[in-house]
Design a protein around this ligand. Sequence first.
Ligand code: GDP
Length: 592
Amino acid sequence: MAEATTQKTTIEIEDLITVGALAEKLSIPVSRLIGELIKNGIMATVNERIDFDTAQIMVDELGLDIALERKQAETKEVVRHKPESSSKGRARPPVVAVMGHVDHGKTSLLDAIRGANVVKGEAGGITQHISAYQVDHNGRLITFLDTPGHEAFAAIREHGALLTDIVIIVVAADDGIKPQTIEAIRFARKAGVKIIVAINKIDKEGADINRVKQQLSEHDLLVEEWGGDTVVQPVSAKTKEGLPELLDLILLVTDIEELKADYDVPARGLIIEAHIEQGRGPVAQALVEAGSLSPGDFIVAGSSYAKIRNLETTDNKPIKKATPSMPVVITGFKSLPEFGDEFEVVKNEKLARSQSETSASSKQANDGRTDMGSNELIRLINRDRKLTEFNIIVKADVQGSLTSVIDSLKALDTEEVAVRVVGSGLGSISENDVYLAHTSNAVIYGFNVNLPTSSKQQASRDKVKIRLYKVIYELIDDVKAELSNLLSPEIVETELGRLIVKGIFKTTKTEIICGGEVTKGKLTVPALARITRGDELLAEVEAVGLRRGPSEAREVVEGEMCGIDLRTTKRIELQENDRIELFTREAVAREL
Ligand code: GDP
């Protein structure tokens, strides 16, 4: 047989697309796409955006016969979220992010600048937070944002760029410009930030600085020595060559840009990371944009608030005051603030509480609205129909995983079965979780968390099911299987044959014996029988016996005459020419 040539379908997508929208375009379940992203170390949720290159990789990994094409979108004006250069203000340190193609040396460069050797690759390789640190160069501070480990995490990287004054684009001298380099250039341009190109790995054999400069000019980044205004610095994260010059350049750009901020207003800024720490509760990293922050201040961040208990540098040294452009660690939050929440200092606890509550309720209202696409809408439509819910409690190690798990599970909802998250949180599975599961008849799903012995014992006493996972898509698959079990089975009817009534021999309340001709198919018993007259359905009964002539028959086929014995529950006055259709009805288990 000749091999079929595969004709790839072409689908146009924009530079950034939400996971949900991409799954829809690819006509695959969103959980499948999320699963694949997770396999590749990207903890993206339904509403998170991924970039074109990531989408392309996912299509390949999923083995889909689809070619993606980039839709040429108009460049939108991005709303900056960085401190304005207020004329009243005083000079502030620059906020710098490092971007570039994978393996070109971003992490090594950040480590070399920090002078520390951060252990590479955290458990599971799924960190998605921005962390930050400050370095002192010639008595002046520079703030570095460590954008997420994963290269393809466009949404957060973009966020990173918005917080940023300067982007350092790292290009490996032995590899040259690659797709993610181009993407980084695009982000930086979109966000309107200053670009400094660090040509890295100049110590390596095969390093070709001029070739990189040439390639840069092909992307409208003409270096200064060739008459352009792109600042380029050759460096080696390995030998540290060129690093002081790179820091000098950053400060030079800072001076030209005249970056300023007000130091004397109530502090405000952005939450850049948050997690729960054993013994410390919610711990947030924040970047101060303006004003000064001190321990004891009341701050509101989204729907959470804090009386700042500890104020620390990002390497956990206690400080008394944080000023603009400083990344800090804050403890004392009542609940976990979210990445991207803006924070501000308010006068007292009462104000802090009421503002956070307002924000929480408006968020809930918003959530309700956005959820209308899924859970809530399905529930509304099904008010009269039966929706079976599967109650679960989800615990995860970090906020990103928790959101991913919950979003993926929500994506499994159908009109008949839905996951209802009765509780969720970060950290080990507690006795409280078990108690909640017991009272709400829920199953506990833990992702990358511990099950302390006390909770385990409590669970076995209360007969609460606890399932632990290290791989998200295994968790999702298991919940999917549970939901499938809850689906009412599909009823499948199979028609056997039809008969037209020619004579009636006996009619009682419980039995009819009649005769007729088989007009279609093959009659066998036992079977169900539908009696119709014209378009009207008279009854649905059971067929229990067949006769051909005087003897019992197992089956009668089209064209033959036969007698048929029906079991009824009420008296039916059968007439000549009524029709009897024999069929079977089976319940077949369904899968989601
Ligand atoms: P990232 O993916 O951009 O964060 O890149 P990494 O910092 O993980 O670096 C990728 C690889 O390149 C690692 O094996 C580094 O040791 C190596 N590398 C990074 N910078 C240099 C450099 O300046 N010189 C040399 N020879 N190797 C480097």
